[in-house]
Design a binder for this molecule. Structure first.
Ligand SMILES: [Mg+2]
Length: 453
């Protein structure tokens, strides 16, 4: 698939990795998959020397965010990672909009590592640890804390030493008297916007309406926990701790679209169960509310999976509103940016956990940063129940997550040999007809995108 001329191909057979100065980007293609555990797009960046860089567009994001960058990269030397990152970073944004820039940045690091024969963590400054602690996220959709505790205990029996679960509106929304809410307002949250191709105008209107509803910021929903609701949530985590014990760290996520004041009320109720952190209680943009939230509880307050670039984290860190940051490499801007974010957090006495909910490509990118960043705490793993997750790639130890840790190999780049097409072909997103299909339509995408005059 790489577009190389005959002379280049002949040289490639002699030693494909010997001329990094002459390495050039020739193509970018994607494979849009589902179920590993959510949706994501694997990307390949091809070169004139036969080596291919792997990246991944964030869970839930569109592959378009990466493909629209292709024309800005063709003909460039992928080893100029920072220069190219600075060229394309204006095309990323917070949340899923950071997915394309971040995917490309990771693929460039993979290519540079392969070109020079060096693992990425080494290029970042070397090891702080021999293995990367992984925390196992477990959706707590069941109404019983005891049942969720048993699921978490099974994770511990697999070797996991750090856990996360949901605690909030989802457990009590259907219990009469547990949530104070404007009449009818809870109904909409039960439906998420539909994925995949839609047929009618009305279906499209409904998807957009659901999108709008799910985008109402927490302070504006009018939802509150009642004392009964708080009793139930306290009972839930008490039951979980009863099963898993007090020794193992347990982080809390998905509290629901409630206000900062409700977050404080919940936090004070569950402090005695010593959560590792409370995650995304309110939108990360409300810096001053984060400071009030952290000031009001002894539980470490955490956010960051939707923040793009180092400068997005800076106000929160300066405010003292967070005790743990939680960037996702596929939103933050990729590998080097997350290393910088971690180091900046360390200067503020703040730990870094890493959010990750995609394939082994994203996991390895995160694991390299975790290996090379001193204040790293734990890396998310959301695929403990996906039995084909390890089959997506070749060249890594199997299982990649073993006894609750990832061991980063000394192999060049991410350390992945290849993607297994037969496996990912069985898990394509709705409406997707194939993998690594030609993307020529993006070759000439261009506009005068200077952001100043
Ligand atoms: Mg989260």
């Amino acid at each position: 698939m790489p577009k190389a001329d005959g002379a280049d191909e002949a040289l490639n057979r002699v030693n494909p990795h010997s001329r990094p100065s002459d390495l050039r980007i020739t193509d970018m293609r994607v494979a849009e998959i589902i179920g590993a555990p959510f949706t994501s797009a694997l990307i390949k960046i091809y070169t004139n020397q036969g080596i291919v860089g792997l990246g991944e567009v964030r869970d839930g994001a569109s592959a378009t965010y990466a493909l629209m960058l292709k024309s800005r990269l063709l003909g460039e030397n992928p080893c100029d990672i920072d220069r190219l990152f600075r060229r394309i970073k204006q095309f990323g944004g917070h949340g899923r909009q950071g997915g394309g820039v971040s995917a490309v940045e990771i693929a460039l690091w993979d290519l540079a590592g392969k070109a020079y024969g060096v693992p990425i963590y080494q290029m970042l400054g070397g090891r702080f640890r021999d293995k990367v602690r992984v925390y196992c996220d477990t959706d707590a959709t069941v109404p019983s804390g005891t049942a969720t505790g048993k699921r978490l205990k099974e994770r511990m029996d697999l070797g996991f030493t750090f856990l996360k679960m949901d605690l909030g509106l989802m457990q009590i929304a259907d219990v009469p008297g547990a949530v104070v809410f404007p009449a009818g307002s809870l109904e909409g949250y039960r439906d998420s916007p539909r994925r995949g191709p839609l047929k009618t105008i009305e279906e499209r209107r409904l998807r957009n309406a659901a999108y709008d509803l799910h985008n109402v910021p927490h302070p504006f929903t009018g939802l509150h926990f009642s004392d009964k609701g708080l009793d139930l949530l306290e009972q839930y985590i008490a039951e979980v701790r009863e099963v898993i014990g007090m020794d193992v760290p347990l982080a809390i996520d998905h509290i629901g679209h409630i206000s900062m004041q409700n977050g404080i009320r919940l936090a004070r109720r569950i402090e005695k169960y010593v959560p590792a952190w409370l995650e995304d209680v309110i939108p990360w943009q409300y810096t001053e509310q984060y400071r009030q939230l952290q000031d009001a509880t002894t539980i470490p307050i955490c956010t960051g999976e939707d923040i793009y670039l180092k400068e997005g984290f800076e106000p929160l860190l300066k405010s003292g509103g967070v005790s743990v940051i939680h960037p996702d490499l596929l939103t933050s801007g990729g590998i080097l940016e997350t290393k910088k974010i971690g180091d900046m957090a360390q200067d503020h006495g703040v730990a870094m956990a890493i959010h990750m909910a995609e394939s082994p490509i994203a996991a390895m990118a995160a694991a390299h940063v975790a290996t090379a960043t001193e204040n790293f705490m734990a890396l998310e793993y959301h695929s403990a129940d996906v039995d084909w997750w390890d089959d997506i790639v070749t060249g890594l130890s199997r299982p990649l997550v073993k006894d609750g840790f990832i061991t980063v190999p000394d192999k060049p780049g991410l350390g992945i040999d290849d993607v297994v097409d037969e496996v990912i072909s069985q898990h394509l997103q709705p409406g997707v007809t194939g993998i690594w299909q030609p993307t020529d339509r993006w070759d000439d995408e261009y506009s005068w995108d200077r952001t100043w005059s």
